[in-house]
Design a protein around this ligand. Structure first.
Ligand SMILES: *[C@@H]1O[C@H](CO)[C@@H](O)[C@H](O)[C@H]1NC(C)=O
Ligand SMILES: *[C@@H]1O[C@H](CO)[C@@H](O)[C@H](O)[C@H]1NC(C)=O
Ligand SMILES: *[C@@H]1O[C@H](CO)[C@@H](O)[C@H](O)[C@H]1NC(C)=O
Length: 974
């Protein structure tokens, strides 16, 4: 255990002086804990503090390995910042870096330093989560394929597992350590393992924790308990700041409008009991949902885990006391190649705030509204809970949060029934330093269906004192001679805003007729309706500075941005654009950067000294309005991008399954001759036919079995083992026998195909979908991919070794033929082994073919074409390939763009038909090689239409995208 020190941010001398005047409680408040290794990151019961500065830690999860184009990491991190995340949580994927024991690769798309750099460039704090186990819906939950052959159990302390785990930590710590805040980087928290709550071995946790410390990780350690189980909050293996994860809506997106009523109201008590001296931390809180093969698709998940969900559930977290909240995912990306575990398909969009192609979503805008509030209104960071009086307390739940340092109080209102779609009016009794009120006093306060509100009372900001408002605060800022506050609510809801004023003749100027006001006892009460737009209300003469109150409807509020001006702490305000990435001021010019998807009217609120504006370096002509805001229009110029029509392109075709032929030469294949396995799958016959035992850990697997015929043999019996959505196809002596889901299949009545004399050859193609994870720490990840049983049928031949087998997977096995694209990119298809997916492969002697295909194909087929793109600078047009077919014949396809496998398509399962091609992998200013491998499960598959299509075209300040190294066939290492 690392000793926890108590450090006082103020020196003891000052404290001693302060004690005389200050009540004891404020002494207590100054007590921050640290981990005994650093005081750069400290905490108390309320929140985390970084370099002594308190903050609400609101981060999003990002997986660099799900976006293998490092330039786009800078793009996504910029978008995180724009959506008001102030942190990012990175999982590091062991398997992604280690194809073979002792071999680690951090080059090219695996250069994690660039991920740290991208976070730093966007001014984000970083949580590192390097496992060794991460889950994350990745192959083996992040364990490398080679760990399948480890004899000892994973996530348990043993000499073998300790050594292997440390091998990884040693490799990744070389990147984590120098990127810590203590070494000038941005890493502030480091997680130990992940979601470890079944079959736990505390000594394993302790060993991992010690290894991080030995390697120089000195920021506080954290643990992500998969629920409120209390694991590793105390005792052996315990961490500095314990926290948990929660996915209240679950993962079935098929009835997206049906919500369970399961918001937690017990976390506050749990936290009080479990780790009261630490901030309440939600290291993973549902930011979306993954979707399985055959699922309803990510649009459904986006509908289920939508912006209303974000309102109700995230605000509930704050009401419970959370001040560390990490959304899983902030950006999901793609499980390209064989990255995914079997339940999920290529897209890992996750219905996240930022979509797979990097687009804004309604939930992203909601995150921005909340994030801006959380970072602006500081009393929210140090509160204690209380229960206010509410008139409709049987329907409406209102949690009170009282700041311990000021009189500011917050009221978080929502329906008791999370799923309620009713609109209910209610009143709250509030107590402020300006008196007691039942609010609203004059108009209506409502909670709409699936809405939650944070109301702020008794709050000093700049020169103003807010008594209360029934609208929600987006942000506020002083703009030179006047202050500005933006408040919002759904359109047609009413709002009340009570401001302390020094004189009764305060002037309230509003163009909107719905705005009324009165002054009583030094309190200005303004009543208004939130319309679809933003209504300015200008208040002068009531305080040292005037106040511009901007009353926004929800739609309008989602397009308000408050970027922090570069190299300052101040925000400026801009309404309208699709995305605002940043703002900087030089002399009297304010430069905005961002993205628009159409010609956009904007309104800008800035200090008086600003006189001119640019948008993406182009001059912006704005007109000054009456109250000092500026208005104008950003023109969208259609770049008229020429998208090649792939149905008219020249395609080349090759048959690609010579393995089917009985006389195919498999002499270079691996002989399957193992008698023992470390798999958790129990073999029923021998030799062992598990691909991983022979070093093949990803993609398609071929097996060829030979036996001499005899009159006793009537057939054979095979049991395939693999994950969800896997499939296998069998041939005998070159004849197609059938295609199957995993499981058992007996082959009898083989008519003339089975020879009673001479050699018979069985050819099996197994389409795998990755390995299981290790959720329960029971080595489930070691479930085999291959055949558990393979024996002959007949009177005298049911022996445990009746067939001789050869096995083939990706070229080179653990000695990758293509280390640049890495261990998950290619499997064991003939075309993959020959490099047909790679740029530079000469398909000159292949047949010309039309796609959509007009012939039925029975073996594996490969299709190749090239296309050019020219997306002009200053635009972002994230591209995709779509498959469109209506054939009932089941097939699987692999999509390769410039050699990178970016799609696994199952025409019978779906749901994914559209595949994202990230810029950088895709050459947006040049030529691209597209290859599609088609594996028929049923006889006679036909590849349908293949369509190249942008998701959206944005005029954009996206950072320049560097082309990723995509080695051609000449670079193959065999
Ligand atoms: C508000 O106006 C915009 C622009 O006209 C429109 O797209 C949007 O649907 C409106 N929203 C509501 C809630 O009426
Ligand atoms: C084939 O193997 C399965 C699984 O072991 C068994 O249940 C089935 O009876 C076998 N079929 C034949 C025809 O022997
Ligand atoms: C063998 O013949 C039967 C009956 O004609 C047929 O149903 C079956 O599909 C044939 N099997 C093979 C492997 O061709």
């Amino acid at each position: 255990m690392v000793a926890r020190g108590v450090l006082t941010s103020v020196s003891m001398a000052i404290m001693a002086v302060a004690t005389a005047a200050a009540p004891l409680v404020s002494l207590e408040k100054r007590e921050e804990s640290n981990n005994g290794l650093t005081d750069r990151v400290t905490w108390d019961k309320h929140s985390l503090l970084i370099d002594g500065e308190r903050l609400f830690f609101f981060s999003g999860e990002f997986h660099y390995y799900r976006l293998p184009s490092p330039s786009l990491w800078f793009d996504v991190m910029e978008k995180f910042k724009a959506l008001e995340f102030n942190g990012v949580s990175f999982y590091f994927n062991w398997g992604y870096h280690s194809p073979k024991k002792g071999v680690y690769d951090f080059d090219g798309v695996r250069d994690v330093q660039k991920a740290f750099d991208a976070a730093a460039a966007a001014d984000l704090h970083v949580i590192t989560r390097a496992g060794p186990y991460i889950n994350a819906e990745v192959d083996c939950g992040g364990f490398p394929g080679w760990l399948m052959n480890q004899h000892s159990m994973a996530r348990k302390s043993s000499p073998e597992n300790d050594a292997n785990s440390k091998e990884w930590l040693e490799a990744i710590d070389k990147y984590i350590v120098p990127n810590q805040i203590t070494k000038g980087g941005r890493v502030v928290l480091n997680q130990i393992d992940n979601e470890y709550a079944d079959n736990v071995d505390p000594y394993y946790m302790e060993m991992i924790k010690q290894k991080f410390a030995e390697d120089g990780v000195d920021v506080p350690s954290i643990f992500n308990d998969p629920n409120t189980n209390g694991y590793f909050a105390h005792g052996t293996g315990s961490v500095d700041i314990y926290g948990w994860d929660s996915y209240p809506l679950g993962f079935d997106c098929s009835n997206p409008t049906v919500w369970p009523n399961n918001r937690s109201t017990t976390w506050r008590d749990y936290h009080e009991m479990m780790n009261p001296g630490e901030p309440m931390a939600l290291y993973e809180f549902q930011g979306g949902a993954f979707d399985p093969w055959g699922g309803p698709g990510y649009d459904a998940c986006r509908t289920m885990v939508n912006e209303q969900y974000a309102k109700v559930f995230y605000k509930n977290n704050y009401a419970q006391g959370a001040t560390i909240q990490n959304l899983y995912m902030g950006y999901g990306g793609s499980s390209w190649g064989g990255l995914a575990k079997p339940t999920v398909y290529t897209s890992y969009d996750y219905g996240a705030p930022i979509s797979e192609p990097g687009l804004m979503t309604p939930k992203g805008y909601e995150v921005k509204l909340q994030g801006t509030f959380l970072h602006t209104v500081k009393p929210f960071w140090t509160t204690e809970h209380f229960s206010p009086k509410v008139d409709k307390d049987d329907i409406i739940l209102v949690d009170g949060l009282a700041d311990v340092n000021t009189d500011t109080k917050f009221y978080i209102a929502q329906h008791w029934n999370t799923a309620s779609e009713d609109k209910d009016e209610f009143h709250i009794d509030i107590e402020t330093s300006d008196g007691k009120f039942t609010i609203p006093q004059k108009n209506k306060l409502v909670i709409d269906g699936r809405e939650a509100k944070i109301l702020t009372t008794d709050y000093d900001f700049h020169s103003q004192h807010l008594v209360y408002t029934t609208s929600e605060i987006f942000t506020h800022q002083t703009m030179g001679s006047h202050d500005v506050m933006v408040v919002y609510a759904y359109e047609d809801q009413e709002g009340e805003f009570a401001l302390k004023v020094s004189k009764d003749d305060v002037k309230v100027d509003a163009k909107d007729d719905s705005v009324s006001h009165s002054v009583e006892d030094g309190i200005l009460l303004i009543n208004y309706k939130h319309t679809n737009g933003t209504t300015p209300i200008y208040i002068s003469g009531g305080s040292d500075q005037d106040l511009l109150l901007l009353v926004a409807g929800y739609s309008s509020a989602t397009r308000w941005w408050a970027p922090i001006v570069k190299d300052s702490k101040d925000r400026v305000l801009i309404q309208g654009p699709y995305l605002v990435r940043g703002a900087s001021i030089s002399d009297s010019t304010l430069a905005f950067t961002g993205d628009i998807d159409e010609t956009t009217d904007i309104e800008v609120v800035v200090p008086e000294n600003i006189e001119s504006f640019t948008w993406n370096d182009k001059e912006l002509k704005l007109k000054k309005s009456e109250h000092g805001t500026w208005t104008g229009t950003i023109e969208f110029k259609d770049p008229k991008i020429d998208i090649p029509d792939l149905t008219k392109a020249e395609w080349k075709y090759s048959e690609a399954s010579p393995e089917i032929n009985p006389d195919f030469d498999d002499s270079t294949w691996t002989t399957a001759n193992h008698l023992q396995t470390n798999s958790v799958t129990i073999p029923e016959t021998w030799p062992i036919l598990f691909a991983d035992d022979y070093g093949f850990h990803t993609g398609c697997i071929w097996l060829r079995g030979k036996f001499n015929g005899s009159s006793d043999i009537t057939g054979f019996n095979l049991t395939a083992v693999s994950g969800d959505a896997s499939a296998w196809v069998a041939w005998l002596n070159g004849e197609y026998l059938g295609g199957y889901d995993v499981g058992n299949q007996a082959f009898e009545d083989l008519n003339g195909t089975l020879k009673t004399d001479g050699e018979n050859v069985i050819s099996l193609l197994l389409w795998t979908t990755g390995h299981e994870d290790d959720w329960s720490a029971d080595d489930d990840y070691k479930t085999a991919r291959g055949f558990q049983k393979a024996n002959l049928l007949g009177t005298r031949n049911q022996t445990i070794w009746s067939i001789d087998w050869k096995i083939q997977g990706n070229l080179g096995g653990e000695d990758l033929a293509d280390p640049v694209r890495g261990p998950y990119n290619e499997g064991g298809l003939y075309g993959e082994r020959m490099g047909w997916h790679l740029p530079g492969f000469d398909d000159g002697d292949w047949d010309k073919v039309s796609v959509p295909e007009d012939k039925n194909r029975t073996g594996v087929s490969w299709y190749r074409t090239n296309f050019d793109l020219d997306i002009p600078d200053g635009y972002d047009a994230p591209m995709s390939i779509k498959f469109d077919d209506d054939t009932k014949t089941r097939y699987r396809a692999l999509l390769f763009i410039n050699g990178w496998q970016f799609g696994r398509y199952a025409n019978d399962l779906g749901p994914q038909t559209q595949y994202y091609l990230p810029s950088g992998i895709l050459n947006t200013k040049g030529s691209n090689t597209l290859a599609v491998a088609v594996i028929p499960i049923d006889k006679g598959a036909q590849l349908g239409k293949v369509i190249l299509e942008p998701y959206k075209v944005l005029e954009s300040s996206i950072p320049a995208v560097e082309l990723v190294d995509s080695p051609g066939i000449d670079k193959r290492q065999t």
